[in-house]
Design a protein around this ligand. Structure first.
Ligand code: GLV
Ligand code: MN
Ligand code: MN
Length: 407
């Protein structure tokens, strides 16, 4: 039993046209009109594949294949939103491989003991509304629904309102449901599989993640007549902090990484001393304790930089996802599937967050990685060769079939 490579490739091309960028990437940010158009196309394809489609209160879309009545389904999925000027593989590849798995089961009229289903989770990227993985987070009971609805984008628009506006505020309760397993295929977004010439990664778990937001308030003043000795420049304090955040992984050791990815400067003009700066701080590490120590270093760093420049600050450590270990049963099923295909593979840890991280809290969960060219992701250059995608998709098909009890 194998997937239909040509059909998968055609679906990737068709979905990739919605929000396509001139440089071959994807700009389909959560709950925008392009997100709606992408969702609409996926829902049409899901219905054409005979799935019963439902939408929950978070806009998560589910499609269930008939059969295996009464038993908990094997759910496959990922997300269809992208980061701004992102790539065509992060998220939508997992959704399309889930759909292709179902289409392939349909081709052969395979009856499974457990139903097979697919999911498209809302706002996985956390680019527009923070935090990331918000749809699966609410479903897993880790984020209150009201908090998710009240998340606001840069323009002050509410997630709940935007969900309604694009027509995906569904009626189904967004709650944990009985599931046989959750499987997610995703690009690696790092360099390991490509470096080792392996088409498939059997993901064992995901690093711990912590997100903080910091606002520094100095004194906005004229860039000319204000002598250096009386300035309180929020951007100068921010620069110290950005440099310091970069040093944290070196101080802590292990495989920790740190990023300041977002910076908002006010008034952001050439001739005023910046009065206000907001930034994001993202810490990740395989070892949970390293995150705790890293956040302690952030606290100290911010306090010292703010004092040195005479600015005030508000620092909030608002989101944390623990180190996740996937269920051995699912990891083993994925490994058995890839082994039966006879293609190269290795076990691997994910440095990116995924909906699977929250799903692991409610059911046996596992992930399949395919390589990322140059390790690049969250950029328009994202690329995975079709041969590798085919191996990954076949691994998903076989693992899902086994877990669902296909004959
Ligand atoms: C999601 O893409 C994340 O890892 O931030
Ligand atoms: Mn993703
Ligand atoms: Mn992503």
């Amino acid at each position: 039993m194998r997937i239909n490579r040509k059909r998968l490739e055609e679906s990737m091309e068709a979905l990739g046209r919605i929000g396509a960028t001139l440089k071959g990437g994807l700009h389909r940010v959560a709950l925008t009109d392009d997100d709606r158009r992408g969702r609409d196309l996926l829902v049409r394809w899901m219905r054409e594949a005979g799935l019963t489609v439902t939408v929950d209160q978070m806009g998560n879309i589910f499609g269930q294949r008939p059969g295996g009545d009464g038993r908990p389904p094997v759910l496959m999925g990922s997300h269809a939103d992208s980061v701004p000027t992102g790539g065509k593989y992060d998220g939508q590849l997992g959704v399309l491989c889930a759909l292709e798995t179902i289409r392939s089961l349909n081709d052969r009229k395979i009856e499974t003991r457990h139903p097979v289903a697919m999911a498209i989770f809302t706002n996985e990227e956390g680019a527009r509304f923070q935090p990331a993985m918000i749809g699966s987070g609410v479903m897993a009971g880790k984020i209150p629904l009201e908090d998710a609805y009240n998340a606001r984008d840069r323009d002050g628009l509410r997630l709940g309102d935007e969900l309604e506006r694009i027509g995906y505020l569904g009626p189904e309760p967004c709650l944990p449901r009985p599931l046989r397993a959750y499987l997610e295929l995703h690009i690696e977004q790092g360099p390991i599989l490509e470096e080792e010439h392996l088409p498939v990664g059997v993901v064992e778990g995901i690093v711990a993640i912590a997100w903080s937001r910091l606002t520094l308030t100095g004194v906005q003043d004229h860039a000319g007549p204000t002598p250096m000795r009386i300035r309180h420049d929020a951007l100068v304090a921010a620069a110290e902090i950005i440099r310091g955040v970069r040093e944290i992984p070196r101080k802590i050791g292990g495989d920790m990484v740190s990023t300041v990815g977002r910076l908002d400067v006010a008034p952001n003009i050439p001739n005023a001393i910046p009065g206000r700066v907001s930034m994001s701080i993202d810490l990740r590490a395989p070892d949970e304790h390293h995150i705790t120590r890293g956040l302690g270093l952030v606290d100290r760093l911010v306090k010292e930089a703010a004092r040195a420049e005479g600015v005030t600050y508000e620092l909030e450590h608002y989101w944390r996802v623990p180190r996740t270990r996937f269920a051995l049963e699912v990891v083993d099923a994925i490994e058995a599937a890839v082994r039966s295909l006879g293609c190269g593979h290795r076990r691997i840890l994910s440095g990116a967050g995924h909906d699977a991280q929250y799903m692991a809290a409610i059911c046996p969960t596992g992930m399949i990685f395919v390589p990322s060219r140059g390790g690049r992701s969250h950029c328009e250059e994202e690329f995975t060769p079709m041969d590798d995608i085919e191996h990954g998709a076949n691994t998903l098909l076989l693992a899902a079939s086994t877990l669902a009890g296909a004959p």
